[in-house]
Design a protein around this ligand. Structure first.
Ligand SMILES: [Zn+2]
Length: 471
């Protein structure tokens, strides 16, 4: 693993992450005590709880694992200091906290015992490299405090925040460090991972999702795969036992060969009832967009997705049927997909939200206007996705809400409608207009690219079972 550091020298960066190791060693004995000592109980009473202790001892070693303890004798000193909790020996401490639901960076830092003003300064410095809104639940944030060594007589030392660090990704670490001269400054450490392309695939037994998962393909890649093919393949109806798939995608490993994350799919194919569809990832130089194209250079994207939900089954088609709750025969002007409550629902195409709210028997309802011709509607949602409201713009595949059973509904399902020129049509049979078709120079470039990829794929061994992600 090589550390490519863009903003500061490594010496400072390598030192601080070691401290959590020390905390863990001492954590069992002094962890709770430390929290009590460093954090005035009136400000953060919740820290002196069993959970806080557990969190410290369980999460610190993993979060900071890349730093090898042997390099830094200073940690041993710290352990000794923590083990004897007297004011004379209190010098520094590190605390790792996890982001919980509803947290802001300010909440996390102050909960960990940092002063509000210091937290504010640290966050301000960090925003140079990180949008605090990108904070993820479960993300670990490590704070490093120093005691105020002013020499003044105080009953309790006030810990000063000197460093905040977080792993933004497996290969990107961010930190803000306080220096006496400049206050907090942001630092970024990029860990260069090795990229490897792997080819895998298999026969679809029941569903693509299950078969791909059994082959060890990470969920993110499976979801991407389904998304790529969802414009062409009706996953509810077209998949037959014996159909097969293959995917050629990026995996990133560290110097020990541990797989840390997966990247883009470069090529994928599905063979349905003996007919093969292959797609290639390609960036068009004229507009800079990356998209997936079939072998003839036609974008896989259609204006609308037929099935704006993954892992659901079609439970009611379009047309006449006996209404399940009203009891009489009524034309069903949409299609129903049965899915577990909470399953994400995607926008079938780019567009503007025309309505997002309660709508009679439809329950929680979203309608998107895609263009002058097409609209789509989604009903019975449990809740709407963040930011989905009247007038907001949505992108194809973006999550707009979650399956529920609000309104006139007998169980969790998505009722999906496609409106064409104001008429409700069957989304499963309508011929949807296609996306970009490459021509001229772009097509020539695409041909060259797809030939190269095809030959790479042909020479790559087909791995039937992938190793799991090391996390
Ligand atoms: Zn319905």
């Amino acid at each position: 693993m090589k550390y490519l550091n863009s903003k500061s020298s490594l010496s400072g960066l390598r030192k601080a992450p070691l401290l959590p190791v020390a905390i863990v060693i001492a954590g069992g004995i002094a962890g709770g005590l430390l929290a009590t000592l460093f954090l005035p109980t009136s400000d953060a009473p919740e820290l002196v709880t069993a959970e806080a202790k557990t969190e410290m001892s369980e999460q610190a070693p993993e979060a900071e694992a890349p730093a090898k303890a042997a390099e830094e004798p200073a940690t041993e000193v710290s352990v000794a200091a923590y083990a004897v909790p007297t004011t004379e020996t209190l010098q520094e401490m590190t605390k790792t906290v996890s982001v919980a639901k509803g947290d802001t960076l300010m909440k996390v830092l102050t909960r960990a015992g940092a002063d509000r003003t210091e937290s504010y300064e640290a966050i301000t410095a960090l925003t140079e490299l990180f949008d605090p809104r990108d904070l993820k639940i479960g993300q670990d944030i490590t704070l490093h405090f120093d005691s105020n060594d002013t020499g003044e007589e105080t009953t309790e030392p006030t810990p000063t925040l000197v460093r905040v660090s977080l792993n933004e990704d497996v290969d990107r670490q961010l930190a803000v460090v306080r220096t006496p001269e400049a206050g907090f400054t942001a630092q970024e450490t990029i860990i260069e991972l090795d990229k490897k392309l792997v080819r895998t695939g298999g026969v679809i037994q029941n569903s693509l999702f299950l078969s791909a998962a059994q082959a060890g393909i990470p969920t993110k890649t499976i979801v991407d795969l389904i998304r790529i093919f969802s414009y062409d393949v009706d996953f509810q109806r077209e998949i037959q036992p014996g159909d097969s798939f293959e995917v050629y995608f990026e995996r990133f490993t560290d110097e020990n060969g541990r797989v840390l994350k997966e990247g883009a799919i470069h090529w994928a194919s599905m063979t349905l009832s003996g007919k093969e569809i292959s797609v290639f990832r390609f960036k068009t130089a004229d507009d800079g967009f990356t998209d997936y194209y079939d072998a003839k250079g036609r974008s896989v994207k259609k204006t609308l997705m037929r099935t704006p939900i993954n892992g659901a089954r079609l439970t009611s088609g379009f047309g006449n049927r006996k209404h399940p709750t009203l009891g009489y025969t009524k034309k069903h002007l949409g299609v129903d997909f049965g899915a577990r409550s909470g399953t994400p629902i995607m926008a079938a195409g780019n567009g503007v939200v025309e309505m997002a709210g309660r709508n009679g028997g439809y329950g929680n309802y979203v309608r998107i206007r895609h263009n002058s011709e097409f609209k789509t509607a989604y009903a019975h949602m449990r809740k709407f996705a963040k930011g989905v409201r009247k007038g907001s713009r949505v992108k194809q595949g973006q999550i707009i809400g979650y399956v529920g059973t609000t309104g006139r509904s007998t169980g969790p399902h998505l009722h999906y409608e496609v409106h064409r020129n104001g008429r409700k049509i069957n989304p499963l049979s309508v011929k949807l207009p296609a996306g970009r078709k490459l021509g001229g120079k772009m097509l020539a470039a695409f041909r060259k690219h797809s030939e190269a990829i095809s030959s790479d794929v042909a020479s790559a061994p087909l791995e039937k079972q992938l190793a799991e992600l090391d996390q």
